[in-house]
Design a protein around this ligand. Structure first.
Ligand code: ATP
Length: 375
């Protein structure tokens, strides 16, 4: 047997990938198809900002991986390059309180962090608005994954401050784009009435891509990311089918392509085959889960771990195990249960237990080994 790779075998210095970077999560696609109406409405809402007025507020909703963040980022990049508008995106998974949101705005606007010794919210707020007024700038804030502010009961306060900024600080002009991927959450309905009375956003819906659209979008990625001929039509169709199966989240498809490419390389093959995709799917189907678990705090992760180890048990028993491990009390425990339920990591349902009345039963929504592996 010769050590020489054959014609259809990859040598050590070769790859199926032309540019693996296009499969990374922070890659901003060069073409953005099938989102024309959404982009138009977003542009229409932001246009007043370019003229120096307060833009229309927006709520962008839709299932995960349907291009909401990307749409905003593309427009924000254009605004930054071509206008004087200040456009800042805040990831509310990371910054999930009003104070954290405004600290992020401060850091982006001033280019340095607010004092770490801590300043009052009022000060933080007025420094931001003073600067906007002084420079006659309009600020557009994208609250990405705004649903997390609701889970922490911080949404009303945050929106109220942003939306009433011009009243508290004359001349300040701020517009808000709220992005939510929690379809069970009625964003407007869940806000306090004082906020509802000033918040009448344009609503933009990002529907799930259908199979043809998924193929069309992923084909583009394949052409940029792989060498010619490495991914055939049937393989791409299989990737699109799996993506549909996972709720149409394009992240699944993109992750599948990358992993399938790596599997092909492992076999030293120049082309990706169906078997590479099947094998990749065992991991790629968990991209949602990994993303959600990745943003949890230590105590939230600790609770997920306890639940994964005691799946299906009553909440009371799980509380004891959680309390042993973290020393946290029942109120915080209950809050975390609600958040994990809203995130779709667990289901908390009430059951009637003979002789003990109603009790909550906690069930993981994913395979417990898959959860434990990713914590
Ligand atoms: N029309 C499209 N063309 C090319 N790539 C796209 C398109 N729509 C989405 N993507 C890609 O899919 C991935 C997920 O998109 P994005 O983060 O914008 O979704 P999202 O709706 O904001 O998701 P979530 O609600 O979970 O935050 C990104 O890698 C993005 O590049």
């Amino acid at each position: 047997m010769s050590d020489d790779p054959g014609d259809d075998m990859l040598g050590w210095d070769e790859s199926v990938f032309r540019n693996e970077h296009v499969f990374e999560i922070d890659y901003l696609p060069e073409t953005f198809k099938h989102r024309e109406t959404q982009m138009e409405t977003l542009k229409y809402s932001l246009r007043p900002a370019v003229r120096g007025s307060r833009p229309l507020n927006v709520i962008a909703r839709g299932p995960p991986g349907t291009g909401k963040t990307t749409a905003t980022q593309i427009l924000f990049d254009e605004l930054r390059a071509q206008t004087e508008v200040q456009a800042v995106r805040v990831n509310c998974q990371v910054d999930s309180t009003r104070y954290a949101v405004f600290s992020r705005l401060f850091a982006e606007i001033f280019d340095y962090e607010p004092p770490s010794s801590g300043i009052s919210f009022k000060k933080l707020f007025s420094q931001i608005t003073d600067r906007l007024v002084e420079r006659e700038e309009v600020l557009v804030v994208a609250l990405d994954d705004v649903n997390y502010l609701f889970y922490e009961s911080e949404a009303s306060d945050t929106l109220y401050s942003l939306l009433r900024a011009h009243e508290a600080h004359s001349g300040a002009r701020i517009g808000v784009i709220g992005i939510s991927s929690d379809l069970d959450l009625d964003v407007i309905d869940e806000l306090d009435t004082r906020v509802q009375s000033v918040f009448r956003p344009e609503e933009i819906y990002f529907n799930k891509y259908d199979q043809t659209e998924i193929v069309d979008i992923l084909r583009e990625r394949v052409d940029r990311g792989f060498h010619e001929g490495a991914v055939g039509t049937q393989v791409l169709d299989r990737v699109a089918e799996f993506t549909e199966e996972q709720g149409g989240d394009l992240r699944v498809g993109i992750d599948l392509l990358r992993r399938a490419g790596m599997n092909a390389e492992m076999r030293a093959s120049r082309s990706v085959e169906a078997q590479d995709v099947e094998k990749a799917y065992d991991k790629s189907k968990y991209v949602h889960l990994s993303r959600r678990l990745g943003e949890l705090t230590d105590s939230e992760s600790a609770l997920v771990e306890v639940i994964a180890e005691n799946d299906g048990e009553r909440a009371g028993d799980i509380y004891e195990a959680f309390n042993d491990q973290t020393d946290l009390g029942y109120t915080r425990y209950s809050e975390i249960i609600n958040k994990l339920d809203q995130l779709g990591i667990i289901e908390a349902s009430y059951t009637n237990v003979e002789g003990r009345g109603r009790s909550r039963e906690l069930t993981l929504q994913y395979d417990s080994d898959a959860v434990l592996e990713r914590l």
